[in-house]
Design a binder for this molecule. Structure first.
Ligand SMILES: Nc1ncnc2c1ncn2[C@@H]1O[C@H](COP(=O)(O)OP(=O)(O)OP(=O)(O)O)[C@@H](O)[C@H]1O
Ligand SMILES: [Mg+2]
Length: 323
């Protein structure tokens, strides 16, 4: 497994990590979620032994990353943020070279390479020069490299960046599969991605862990901050607005601020509330009772910034408990 114990990292005046502690168990996929500059890559570089921590300790598969770096590195597969690839090697040749460096036994090498080529969708690219691959394929080669020695611990820095939608789905599925038996830590700045692939989300912001929770737990915390979007046919809009404002838990009903929802036949409304009850059913019941024509009724997703505000601002008392 992976253990980060009070990690600090300073780059000159920049405090990139402050007291970062967490663990990832075997059979678990955890996601680092945070905006640009949050400290995700820095933390992963420390965990993989590429960067020394200013203070604190990192343990991978039972080995101290600083004191037993060779053993720790042998137990992990790392997909770095930007994969440095030699231009003049062919994909298969490169993976063979990496497998040798990682001391994959001669007898297993061919089979391991065939396996990762297949799993990472590189079949048609095997004979291509690595330097001429598109961004998405370079990313897949990076993944194949991380997997080639079949390590028990995997650290993927933004594994789906640059992939097309189909391949993104494939890679997410692959990660879920890997996570069944291994220990996986990945980073992303997309909330829905973290929710889709990981069992636990670690939100990091300005080098600090803000929150650590399951996707469901996180949803519960931010639930009351997700406005409900209602789109309703013209004439009923004013009456609808007034009626929605009367519902229990509703704070305010505003015109939706997205384009295309003003004027014309349809009106977009954003129902802001502070209740954990799902108001959609009550809204639907009201619409049926009053004969309003609805064409949309859903809970808005929150952006990362809105989530930070939700967990640090209005909800600070609640969020602080397990942060
Ligand atoms: N080698 C370095 N020298 C100086 N500052 C650095 C170095 N590496 C990272 N930083 C700084 O540390 C902070 C965290 O950067 P880091 O790359 O870890 O963020 P990140 O969460 O991975 O962001 P992104 O989503 O953009 O990849 C940033 O302020 C960055 O500028
Ligand atoms: Mg990064």
């Amino acid at each position: 497994m992976i253990e980060a114990i009070s990690l600090h990292k300073r780059f000159g005046p920049v405090q990139a990590l402050r007291d970062v502690s967490f663990g990832v168990a075997q059979g678990e996929v955890a996601a680092f979620l945070g905006p640009n500059g949050a400290g995700k890559t820095t933390c992963m570089r420390i965990l993989t032994g590429f960067l020394p921590a200013s203070a604190g300790r990192a343990v991978v598969a039972g080995f101290d990353v600083a004191a037993q770096s060779r053993a720790a590195r042998a137990a992990l597969g790392y997909l770095p943020e930007s994969v440095p690839l030699p231009g003049d090697m062919r994909v298969r040749e490169y993976l063979d070279f990496r497998a040798r460096i990682k001391r994959v036994a001669v007898r297993q090498r061919r089979r391991r390479i065939a396996t990762v080529v297949e799993r990472c969708g590189l079949e048609t690219m095997k004979a291509r020069l690595v330097g001429r691959l598109s961004k998405g394929y370079r990313q897949r080669v990076g993944l194949a490299d991380a997997l080639v020695a079949d390590p028990p611990v995997l650290i993927f820095d933004e594994p789906t960046v640059g992939l097309d939608p189909n391949q993104t789905v494939e890679v997410r599925r692959l990660i879920a599969e890997l996570g069944a038996e291994r220990t996986v830590l990945l980073s992303t700045h997309i909330l829905s991605e973290a929710e889709a692939i990981s069992g636990r989300i670690i939100i990091i912001h300005h080098g600090r862990i803000l929150i650590e929770d399951t996707p469901a737990g996180l949803q519960r915390r931010v639930h009351a901050h997700r406005p409900i979007r209602v789109e309703i046919a013209g004439a009923a809009a004013p009456a609808c607005r007034a009626a929605l404002a009367e519902l229990t838990g509703v704070r305010r009903v505003a015109a939706a601020d997205d384009a295309g929802s003003h004027g014309g036949e349809w009106h977009g409304l954003a129902v802001h509330h502070d209740t954990e009850t799902d108001l959609r059913e009550a809204i639907f019941a009201l619409a049926r009772e009053r004969g309003w024509r609805l064409r949309e009724l859903h809970r808005e997703d929150l952006s990362l910034e809105q989530i930070f505000r939700a967990v640090t601002g209005a909800d600070a008392g609640k969020g602080g408990a397990d942060a």
